[in-house]
Design a protein around this ligand. Structure first.
Ligand code: NAD
Length: 398
């Protein structure tokens, strides 16, 4: 079985789907790997390292697709909507494609891959069960996001992070408020604490209080009945508007007292809730920084513009949408480990065995046999809703 690794073509994407160490692991299980030349270069993995680990490095992208039984990408068409179209004609019937696909945002890219006859696995759909933790790209890449968000904020802040007593006077520590203490939020807390910041955090899910505290941050309790704000997959549920308004009022004080606000509250497949309003931004000290990790789906801050730097009332608001690509070496290393583990999960005795009774296989498979097969994706996009039958008005038929 041959595994192919094309170079990523999304603008600014510096990650690679498999790093040389993953090649070695796959080869150890009897798989061959073919890599497009320079696929890992932007992440710090030169062709020579792939070669050393036994991969075949080829110059043509078409060659990778034509040789590979399984193509591993960071961004498949759904997550690379413009340049990804060039790959469509290279995809073959029966070929397996593994990567990020943004399956909950738009179904057209999944359909386009289905029409090519390929089996597409969307890594974002990995079930959040302990058995699949090593394959969970949302977690691995969120870890990078949380870390990098703090460094970006530190870089833009006109202050130092840590408290210092010097002959030239005392410097007070930066106050950081992290909204959403999931994987990215917890990593942001840990990073801000390591830099010496005083950190407060808030999450809808009171269950995270202990984790927040164990990282040395204070958990902000909001006296609200959050009800059952966590579903069985560990995700926050979308909350209604009145709840969000109440929550915003109570958070104003925390935002006003912070030098840095990092927001990570995303609801998968839905528009991000606005938690930091323009009014709250106006209440912040000039020079403060907001890093909005939910920018891709509208942002948690009302003033966020995706991938732009907005300055309002002297507050800098950053809305980066591809932070893992800013730390491409380790982001690729972690992503590759996730993909490698997933791929080996699908392979038995050197052959792909797609067992639809297995939760991991069933929940990540997006397309097969010319169709979008994922149950939740079909429901979201109404693919099972029958087309309305045409009603012919009386007397109009001839
Ligand atoms: P996410 O990116 O979906 O959300 C980020 C955080 O924002 C979550 O903690 C969420 O509760 C919070 N949030 C959402 N709306 C909010 C609001 N209006 N106000 C305040 N906070 C809000 O989450 P994630 O980091 O991908 O994962 C969330 C949780 O899922 C993890 O902390 C973990 O408990 C669970 N998880 C389990 C596994 C596993 O078992 N394999 C893997 C990953 C995550």
């Amino acid at each position: 079985m041959i595994v192919g690794v094309p170079k990523e073509t999304f603008p600014g994407e510096r990650r690679v789907a498999l790093v040389p160490a993953a090649v070695a692991a796959l080869k150890g299980k009897g798989l061959e790997v073919v890599v497009e030349a320079a696929a890992g270069a932007a992440a710090g993995f030169p062709d020579a390292e792939y070669d050393e680990k036994g991969a075949k490095v080829v110059s043509g992208r078409a060659e990778v697709f034509s040789m590979a039984d399984v193509v591993c990408q960071v961004r498949t068409l759904g997550a690379n909507p413009v340049n990804g179209r060039d790959d469509l004609e290279l995809i073959r019937t029966g070929q397996v494609v593994i990567g990020l696909a943004e399956p909950l945002s738009d179904v057209a890219p999944s359909r386009a891959i289905a029409e090519r006859g390929a089996v597409l696995f969307a890594m974002e759909l990995m079930p959040r069960i302990s058995r699949a933790q090593t394959m969970d790209v949302l977690s691995s890449q969120a870890t990078i996001q949380g870390y990098k968000a703090v460094l970006m904020a530190a870089d833009h802040l006109p202050k130092m992070f840590m408290m210092m007593m010097t002959a030239a006077g005392t410097i007070s520590a930066a106050h950081v408020f992290v909204i959403g203490a999931g994987v990215a939020g917890l990593q942001a807390i840990a990073t801000a604490r390591r830099l010496g910041g005083v950190v407060h955090a808030y999450d809808l899910r009171p269950a995270v209080k202990g984790e927040v505290q164990s990282l040395g941050a204070k958990f902000l309790e909001i006296e609200l009945e959050a009800g059952d704000s966590q579903d069985k997959g560990g995700y926050a549920k979308a909350m209604d508007d009145s709840f969000i308004r109440k929550q915003q009022q109570m958070m104003s004080t925390a935002v006003a007292g912070s030098d840095i606000v990092i927001t990570t509250a995303a609801v998968p497949g839905k528009k991000s809730p606005v938690l930091v309003t323009a009014e709250m931004v106006a209440g912040m000290k000039p020079g403060s920084v907001i890093v909005d990790l939910a920018a891709e789906r509208g942002g948690n801050c009302e003033l966020t513009k995706a991938d732009e730097t907005v300055i309002e009332h002297g507050v800098t608001i950053l809305g980066p949408t591809n932070l893992p690509a800013e730390v491409p070496y380790h982001a690729s290393q972690m992503y590759a480990r996730n993909v490698q583990t997933f791929l080996l999960h699908l392979v038995k005795d050197g052959e792909l065995q797609l067992d639809m009774d297995d939760e991991i296989t069933e929940q990540t498979m997006l397309t097969r046999d010319g169709e979008v097969v994922h149950r939740r994706v079909r429901e979201i996009f109404g693919l099972d809703t029958p087309e309305p039958t045409e009603v012919v008005a009386e007397g109009s038929a001839d």
